[in-house]
Design a protein around this ligand. Structure first.
Ligand code: F6P
Length: 548
């Protein structure tokens, strides 16, 4: 149903430009950089190194208009129920627009609750920082361990690390997400229970990984302190399920609420962001919200031609649906954005990895791309070889701060140059003739040069975006995250899928429960019979654990 007449026009246009060389487009239009770049709050986007012409963009925009993208954006900001399978709004944008007086959800104004939680966070962060909040043995809190997974881990983990230069250095934040007990035990090993605070972050408070880790953490604490009242000084919960958090033993006054209308992977703006606030302080946390809000305004009010999330979303669709490219690399040239690619992995892949359209029909076009990547320059010595000479090309987003957070003078210009060199090489590549001539300059014989030149060919014509950020401040990070949230939204809305549910995760959870139960020898033969692969693997596990 996404294939209307405008789609057909795009298909025809694709046939005419599929083989186009970007280098030719640059030669033909000296103003290509000016034309294909956008200035949005905190971020400058150069998208000139893409396989597009003016006509491509005009046709993509026409298709987006025919698919009523403007109405979808209005629906997002006005709090329509976009998550239809769970009957929920997707109101993460309201969390960063906390100055507005009123916003009604089911006839209830949600703004007072948002402001109340922000005030509760501020009071708590100040108390921890000023040592008014002490552990059960009257010692100040020095370490905080966030216990959560998925959206209750990736966002706060990524942002806390990204904003390390803004840390108030009062509390060290640790993150435990994995069910593999190695992570929790190694995290706890150097910590002192008397000075450690746990944040159990779980929207549902039913997630097995989080609860298993939280129970082990509770045991570690209570065994060490031998004081049943210690929970009140060492355990905090952030959840939409207050009864379960209380049943776990966390006093109500230690529970920070968030709401059904905030999706897990969109929740770092809520009290799920508590580790970020504990690290950088509440003023800077609010600057993060402000940066995101500025991007929201840009997305909501800017004409589609100069609308950064819209243009980036359309480019992604162009590559996914017309060139049929399956993956997209995210490569920040910023040590502090180390966790950004894995954060975006959940954002894109849990949101848009869907086959069923909103109307219940199987989609007839490809959706969600695979997101991968890592920081430059490390990647240059790992997977960039594949990017330059692999048989398949993929679009890349380079993210590049102009200003550094350190004063090691020689580093930053070199880092900046490396990033630009990568996008330039992806664009221009190297012909066999160029390689041959270069080799001749290096005293290679003509025969050797001819043979070796073949191996040095880089096809080039490989697209990339470059996102320049002046400096990775809290507000710049807020804008960057919000930008990608909206890119995901644009793609999901145009593909007519629900970007806000995640049913694909559920079946595995149920199966894990059934399998753990049947690992017990007494239950092994239970019905239904197991496939021979699962049964064989389980048998090897039980035999090994029986003998060890
Ligand atoms: O991975 C599925 C998921 O539901 C995510 O969407 C969510 O972020 C994560 O699990 C954690 O859920 P919770 O915060 O409820 O523990």
């Amino acid at each position: 149903m996404q294939r209307n007449i405008d789609w057909e026009k795009l298909k025809q246009h694709y046939q005419t430009i599929a083989a186009i060389e970007m280098s030719d487009l640059f030669r033909q239009d000296p103003k290509r950089f000016d034309t294909f770049s956008i200035e949005a709050p905190e971020i400058f986007l150069d998208y000139s190194k893409n396989r597009i012409t003016h006509e491509t963009l005009a046709l993509l925009l026409k298709w987006a208009e025919s698919r009523s993208l403007d109405q979808a954006i209005d629906a997002l900001f006005s709090g329509k129920i976009l998550n239809i399978t769970e009957q929920r709004e997707a109101l993460h944008t309201a969390l960063r627009n906390h100055q507005q007086n009123s916003f009604l959800v089911h006839n209830q104004n949600i703004m007072p609750a948002i402001r109340r939680t922000l005030a509760q966070m501020r009071q708590f962060v100040d108390q921890i920082h000023n040592h008014q909040w002490l552990g059960a043995t009257q010692k100040p809190i020095t370490d905080c361990v966030n216990v959560g997974i998925g959206g209750s881990d990736l966002g706060p983990r990524m942002a806390t690390f990204a904003l390390q230069p803004y840390s108030r250095q009062k509390v060290k934040c640790h993150f435990v997400s994995n069910l593999d007990g190695a992570q929790l035990s190694e995290t706890l090993q150097p910590l002192n229970p008397e000075t450690t605070l746990f944040i159990v972050a779980s929207k549902t408070f039913t997630t097995s990984e989080t609860l298993t880790n939280a129970r082990s953490a509770r045991k570690w604490l209570l065994d060490a302190l031998q004081d049943s009242n210690a929970m009140a000084r060492h355990f905090i919960a952030v959840s939409a399920n207050i009864p379960e958090a209380k049943a776990f033993g966390i006093p109500e006054e230690n529970i920070f609420e968030f709401w059904d209308w905030v999706g897990g992977r969109y929740s770092l703006w809520s009290a799920i962001g508590l580790p970020i606030a504990l690290s950088i302080g509440m003023d800077r946390f609010e600057a993060l919200l402000e940066g995101a809000q500025a991007m929201d305004r840009h997305f909501q009010t800017t004409a589609f031609e100069k609308n950064m999330p819209v243009q980036m979303g359309l480019l992604n669709i162009w590559y996914r649906n017309f060139y049929e490219i399956q993956t997209h690399a995210i490569i920040p040239y910023a040590h502090h954005l180390q966790f950004f690619p894995s954060y975006l992995q959940q954002l894109f892949m849990e949101s848009n990895g869907k086959t069923c359209c909103v109307d219940g029909v199987r989609t007839d076009i490809q959706t969600g791309e695979i997101i991968w990547g890592g920081v430059g320059t490390d990647g240059q010595h790992a997977y960039h070889q594949w990017l330059h000479q692999g048989t398949q090309w993929v679009p890349v987003d380079f993210i590049l701060p102009i200003e550094a957070h350190h004063d090691l003078e020689s580093h930053h210009p070199l880092l900046f140059a490396n990033c630009l060199a990568q996008s330039q090489v992806l664009l221009q590549g190297k012909t066999e003739q160029e390689a041959y001539e270069e080799l001749l300059q290096k005293d290679t014989t003509s025969k050797q040069a001819k043979e070796l030149a073949k191996h040095k060919v880089m096809e080039g014509n490989r697209p990339s975006n470059t996102l320049l950020i002046k400096k990775l401040t809290p507000s710049a990070l807020g804008a960057l995250i919000a930008l990608y949230e909206h890119v995901v939204f644009v793609q999901g809305a145009l593909w007519n899928i629900n970007s806000f549910d995640q049913w694909g995760v559920e079946l595995g959870k149920t199966r894990a429960k059934a399998i753990v139960n049947r690992l017990h020898p007494a239950n092994f033969e239970e019905e239904p019979p197991l496939d021979s692969s699962t049964a064989g693997l389980m048998q090897r596990f039980t035999e090994h654990t029986k003998n060890s």
